[in-house]
Design a protein around this ligand. Structure first.
Ligand SMILES: CC(C)(COP(=O)(O)OP(=O)(O)OC[C@H]1O[C@@H](n2cnc3c(N)ncnc32)[C@H](O)[C@@H]1OP(=O)(O)O)[C@@H](O)C(=O)NCCC(=O)NCCS
Length: 201
């Protein structure tokens, strides 16, 4: 796979432990597992209540790709091919060569380096095939797992929207804005190298 990305074929990416591929209607039951989990959804939308909501989201993700508005990968486990994460780029502004990332992972895969591995793959894709100059991410400031991932990958905190959302505790939470420039990425690339998988994999 070389040259600039033009949406002609879905960009399948492979990492040591995962394959990032196009969402399929048959993934709805797997997506529902973590999108209905209140712990995973704590800093995100309301947990889903019915698998039809997952099917509808998959339709939207596929529609966004067809309309060339975004690229959303199903992160699948290489062992059994089942979807365990939703990672992708939205708001791709071609003129300004920037896009925003989003990511969430099924809870029993947390703390194993899978998110780091998948993020490294999509950032590499963004800075090479999409020719991005900037990748941004916005996260609730006290979503520590998310903030830590971004910092570990070299993202810099650029701003804070104070009291931006009301979370499940009924209080206002700040939202933090992070950015990673292509120049940062080239300089920090060794930090994106993922350690060997731990014994749990
Ligand atoms: C955000 C989210 C994807 C981060 O997942 P995660 O499991 O913390 O991230 P990783 O899979 O990369 O795991 C990292 C940790 O695994 C451990 N680890 C174990 N084996 C590892 C390996 N082979 N390589 C790297 N880290 C490994 C390390 O302790 C590492 O933490 P550290 O780098 O801080 O030391 C996850 O918390 C999530 O889905 N949250 C809910 C959804 C959400 O909030 N999304 C963000 C919305 S903005």
């Amino acid at each position: 796979m070389t040259g600039l990305f033009d949406f002609s074929a879905f960009p399948r990416l492979t990492t040591e432990r995962t394959v990032l591929r196009e969402w399929q209607p048959g993934d709805a039951a797997d997506l529902f597992v973590w999108r209905s989990d209140p712990e995973v959804q704590r800093y995100n939308s309301e947990p889903m209540r019915d698998v039809t909501e997952a099917a509808q989201l998959i339709d939207e993700l596929r529609g966004a790709y067809s309309a060339q508005r975004g690229i959303f990968w199903a992160v699948t486990h290489r062992g059994d091919g089942r979807a365990i994460g939703l990672f992708g780029f939205n708001s791709w502004e071609r003129r300004h060569r920037r896009a925003a990332i989003g990511y969430d992972l099924r809870r029993n895969y947390w703390g194993r380096g899978i998110a780091t591995e998948a993020l490294a793959a999509i950032l590499s894709f963004g800075f090479t095939r999409m020719d991005l100059n900037r990748v941004e991410a916005e996260t609730i400031a006290d979503n520590h797992a998310s903030v830590r991932r971004l910092q570990r990958l070299g993202f810099q905190r650029e701003g804070l929207r104070r009291a931006y959302t009301v979370e499940e505790d009924g209080t206002f939470h700040d939202s933090a804005i992070y950015g990673l420039l292509a120049s940062d990425y080239r300089r920090l690339r060794p930090a994106h190298t993922v350690r060997s998988p731990d014994r749990r994999e």
